[in-house]
Design a binder for this molecule. Structure first.
Ligand SMILES: *[C@@H]1O[C@H](CO)[C@@H](O)[C@H](O)[C@H]1NC(C)=O
Ligand SMILES: *[C@@H]1O[C@H](CO)[C@@H](O)[C@H](O)[C@H]1NC(C)=O
Ligand SMILES: *[C@@H]1O[C@H](CO)[C@@H](O)[C@H](O)[C@H]1NC(C)=O
Ligand SMILES: *[C@@H]1O[C@H](CO)[C@@H](O)[C@H](O)[C@H]1NC(C)=O
Length: 963
């Protein structure tokens, strides 16, 4: 149940041990990685090795160390199923140069600080927001950056163009918008640039010609317009150019002919015009040429035949006409030819297969010349000649296309019969001869094309029967024989084609009854036999119950409920239609899981502690029956009276050196001021600032106007020894820390003790969080307060001082928003005098802050009780909720609520509702986790305050440091 927490607890525990063991050299790599991990969700526990069993990060999965220094240099977490935010922990890894977090499920914005790395790969995540302006600003060493396949938005940052060391940049498949700045071509080291699949627009600026190292450029699938860059030909290293699917217009620039080493040119889906220039044949290394879906016109150039390495030729969907040049048969490496959707004409198949039947005999006699001329068909996998004006017969030696996977000759004027050689297309999956003038029969040899998935022969003049051998093509999913002159019956063997989804036999002369076997076709989606002469009854059940009338109409002798014609006249036996058979009565899955609401052990402990504290609170509340804290209440007179009443008789005549009447000591020189102005200064303008477990606090001003706070200790009677008191006060007086309230002095008599400390103008944290003045602390302020408290506590712990009494009312906020811990040190003074139970009741005078060990008399109370209080206080600051709140019939324990939120993945929702949307999740989540770890039930599971400070500093987002 406490999975996340216990895991994190393990880490911090380990961290703590580790720090303790190897004190001087705290390993930043370990801390950084742990903090990084704490911000992530790791559903497959891929980072399980990042744990306390092994404190050498070099053995952790994904980490690569420099063997000389044992520092982590590479972190590779590709496809680890991690989610969450990329926190700042990794910044701690000073020697990291390679960071691969690709193909996870990371969310949030990019951190601008990873620029000291050489290789950054965040591709295949779910990152969003803009690329930070500064990301590329200091990219002294950045070589390779990939943010491909995320959800980044906004323009390319201008800083990108400063990054002259960059060799690989991949921002593809995001939602980037705006123009391509001209300065992008200042990146002279670029070898590869991929900005495809974005929303970039405007013209592709000139200047690309200066990139002599550019190997690869992909700007496809954007909204670029204008002409192709005219100087692209001077990119002498270019191997691959892809500007497909944009709105580019104009001619192919002549400079392209000098792209001598270019192997791939893709310009598909633009609005290019003009001829395919003859110089295309000079791009001697071309392997892929895709000019499809443009407005190119004229003929296909003869020089295509010079491209001896050409594998893929796609001229589809243009306005090209004339014949396909026979020179193409020189391109002996062709794998794919697509010239579909043009106006090409001629007997293309004739020359392609010319003489090949002889060549097979010649090859035996060793005529290699002829073989090589037609041999280019051997490797062909795709031949698409569809939607042109080609004519002629399909040659019988079509079987020589031994590698062909797709053959599409549809929508041309091919005539004659389908050659028996078609059965030799052993690996063909798609055969489309539809919409031609083919006559004759469907050859039974079709059964030899055993890999066929789709057979399209519709809209021809085919006659004769459907060959039963078609059932050999067991992979068939679609058969379309519609609009022919086929006759005879539908072969029952079709029923064995169990993958069939689509059958269209409509508009033929098929007769006879439907074979029973077709009922077995369980994947059918379309079954069209309309406009034939099919007789008898439609099968019952399954697909045939839902068959639309249009699919069976036009068969006058067909009967069944679908065609609304009774079969009784035909058959003595009535058809039984079973409307339910397609919905087998499985019944709904049995009722939803019963979620048991069992209280966790930790909840019980927390509630137990709360109840225990509650007793303490009652006691304290009775003690402080007037308790009400409000700085805004300037009831000076009453407060002055109160102070005067209790202080007056001893204080009015108490010169600082008069031991008999009391002793006033001011630390650090202020005593002089005090001495000269006289003790009465205390009484001038005082007012009550607040009350706590140890006393009432008043404000007073020195004569020069500087304010001070004076605490009248209500535990006076318990302090027996002046010597002990003074020793303690002198120690407190030495404490100096920006996050600790400074003790300025004290006053002692046997019956009255005053503690004089600095006046903090902003009032208590409690008021800032829960006061009714309706100001809402920003996230940044909250974080700074948390960090301030942590630093203050860490300082106190370092001076051997346990606070014992941390809570929102004991943290003061100064005018600059800095948190100052107050009310410390007294517990120690009292510890000897008080029973622990009384003490805990006395000091932890608010619900929820008390560490559970207070309830257990056998456990030693240590600094860790402050860490607990800190954890609760942290959660209070983040959530804006009191540690324990009372609802109707219910006690809501903050820590538990947040813990549940974490377990259910709703941790972000725990943040104070008033901040909604206005806080960095990548800070909030680890901060909350930290709070929960600090609030662990077991003291040893809580980190030291010093570690807490380090972790917080790491979590903190950088952009805010400057504030
Ligand atoms: C990514 O996270 C979202 C929401 O947290 C979740 O719905 C989705 O399934 C996750 N995707 C992967 C590939 O883990
Ligand atoms: C991306 O994150 C959003 C929420 O931030 C989530 O809804 C979506 O499922 C995530 N997408 C993937 C592919 O994980
Ligand atoms: C091979 O065929 C070519 C072209 O038909 C012909 O010119 C050549 O003489 C033939 N060579 C042999 C050895 O038969
Ligand atoms: C097929 O058509 C061709 C010409 O279009 C014709 O010569 C041939 O006789 C026809 N064959 C059959 C079987 O109808």
């Amino acid at each position: 149940m406490l999975n996340n927490d216990t895991v994190s607890v393990g880490f911090f525990l380990f961290l703590f041990l580790f720090i303790a063991v190897s004190e001087p050299t705290f390993n930043d790599d370990v801390l950084g990685l742990i903090v990084f991990k704490s911000g992530l969700h790791d559903p497959l526990s891929k980072l399980a090795s990042w744990n306390s069993e092994d404190y050498d990060p070099c053995n952790w999965v994904g980490c690569v160390c420099d063997p000389a220094t044992s520092r982590v240099t590479e972190l590779r977490l590709d496809a680890f199923s991690l989610s969450g935010h990329i926190g700042r922990g990794l910044l701690r890894l000073q020697f990291l140069h390679t960071l691969v977090l690709s193909n996870n499920n990371l969310t949030g914005a990019l951190n601008p600080e990873f620029t000291h790395l050489q290789l950054v790969d965040f591709s295949g995540n779910n990152l969003s927001g803009r690329i930070p302006k500064g990301f590329f600003e200091q990219c002294g060493s950045l070589r390779s950056v990939s943010f491909a396949n995320n959800k980044l938005t906004g323009p390319l940052p201008v800083s990108l163009t400063y990054c002259s060391t960059l060799t690989h940049l991949n921002l593809s498949a995001n939602q980037l918008s705006g123009r391509l700045p001209r300065e992008i071509w200042f990146l002279k080291s670029l070898k590869s640039l991929d900005l495809s699949h974005n929303f970039l627009q405007g013209e592709i600026p000139d200047g690309i010609g200066g990139l002599f190292d550019l190997h690869e450029i992909n700007l496809s699938n954007n909204w670029f317009s204008g002409h192709l860059p005219s100087d692209v030909g001077t990119c002498s290293s270019l191997k691959s150019l892809d500007f497909s699917e944009n709105y580019l217009s104009g001619y192919l620039p002549d400079s392209m002919k000098t792209l001598g080493s270019c192997s791939s040119i893709r310009l598909r889906g633009n609005s290019l015009i003009g001829d395919i220039p003859e110089w295309i044949g000079e791009i001697a290394s071309l392997e892929s040429l895709d000019l499809s879906a443009n407005n190119l016109s004229g003929h296909a150039p003869f020089s295509l035949g010079n491209l001896e390495f050409l594998k893929e030729l796609n001229l589809s969907t243009n306005l090209l006409a004339g014949e396909i040049p026979e020179t193409i048969s020189n391109c002996s490496n062709l794998i794919s030819i697509d010239v579909s959707k043009n106006s090409f004409s001629g007997h293309v198949l004739k020359w392609m297969f010319n003489g090949y039947s002889e060549s097979s005999s010649l090859s035996r006699s060793g005529n290699d010349t002829l073989l090589s001329m037609v041999g280019f068909l051997h490797g062909l996998r795709l031949l698409d000649l569809s939607s042109n004006g080609f004519s002629g017969e399909i040659p019988s030696n079509i079987w020589t296309l031994t590698s062909l996977v797709l053959l599409n000759l549809s929508t041309n004027a091919f005539f004659g019969s389908i050659p028996t050689g078609i059965g030799g297309l052993k690996v063909a999956e798609i055969l489309d001869l539809s919409s031609n003038l083919l006559n004759g029969t469907v050859p039974c040899e079709i059964g030899g094309a055993a890999s066929l998935k789709q057979l399209h022969l519709q809209r021809n003049r085919l006659a004769g029967q459907i060959p039963a051998q078609i059932s050999n093509c067991s992979a068939l999913t679609a058969i379309d024989l519609s609009e022919n002159n086929l006759s005879g019956g539908i072969p029952g063997s079709i029923g064995s084609l169990s993958n069939l989804e689509y059958i269209d036999l409509s508009t033929n002369n098929l007769s006879g009854s439907l074979p029973k076997e077709i009922e077995k076709l369980s994947h059918l989606v379309t079954f069209n036999i309309s406009y034939n002469s099919i007789t008898g009854e439609l099968p019952a059940g399954g697909f045939f119950n839902t068959i639309p009338l249009s699919a069976v109409t036009g068969n006058p002798s067909l009967c069944g409920s679908v065609v609304n014609r009774s079969c009784l006249s035909v058959h003595p036996k009535p058809i039984v239609l079973n409307p339910n058979s397609s919905n087998p009565a499985n019944g709904p899955p049995l009722g939803g899981q019963i979620r048991k609401s069992v209280l966790s052990i930790s909840a019980l402990i927390a509630i137990g502690a709360a109840a225990f504290i509650a007793i303490g609170v009652v006691v304290v509340t009775l003690l402080n029956v007037h308790a009400r804290s409000s700085v805004s209440r300037h009831d000076a007179a009453a407060a002055a009276a109160a102070l005067a009443m209790s202080v007056g008789e001893t204080f009015s005549c108490s010169p600082s050196k008069d031991q008999e009447f009391g002793k006033l000591v001011m630390f650090s020189g202020e005593a002089d001021v005090f001495d000269t102005t006289g003790a009465n200064a205390l009484l001038n303008k005082d007012c009550e600032l607040g009350r706590g477990g140890f006393g009432v606090v008043y404000k007073t001003n020195l004569q020069d106007g500087r304010p001070l706070a004076v605490k009248k200790l209500t535990v006076a009677g318990l302090i027996k020894s002046q010597e002990e008191f003074e020793r303690e006060m002198r120690q407190l007086g030495k404490l100096r820390h920006r996050n600790v309230v400074e003790i300025k002095g004290y006053y002692w008599t046997q019956s009255l003790q005053l503690l004089i400390h600095e006046f903090v103008s902003g009032g208590s944290l409690y008021r800032h969080l829960h006061g009714d003045d309706n100001v809402c602390l920003t996230w940044r302020q909250r974080f700074s307060i948390i960090l301030g408290i942590a630093r203050g506590l860490a300082y106190l712990h370092a001076t051997n001082m346990t606070h014992y009494n941390l809570k929102a009312t004991n943290v003061l906020i100064d005018a600059t928003g800095e948190a100052k811990v107050s009310d410390f040190g007294l517990a120690r003074l009292l510890a000897s005098a008080l029973d622990r139970c009384v003490l805990s009741g006395k000091v932890q005078s608010a619900l929820g802050y008390t560490a559970p060990e207070f309830a257990c008399r056998t456990v030693k109370i240590t600094d860790k009780c402050d860490v607990y209080g800190f954890g609760i206080l942290l959660l209070e600051v983040v959530t804006g909720k009191r540690p324990v709140e009372y609802a109707e019939d219910d006690v809501v324990v903050l820590c538990e609520t947040v813990r549940e939120g974490l377990e259910e993945g709703r941790v972000e929702e725990c943040v104070d509702g008033r901040l909604r949307g206005n806080f960095p999740v990548e800070e909030a989540v680890p901060v909350i986790k930290l709070g929960l770890v600090c609030g662990s039930q077991v003291p040893s599971n809580r980190p030291e305050m010093e570690e807490v400070v380090k972790i917080l500093e790491l979590i903190q987002c950088p952009s805010d440091d400057s504030e």
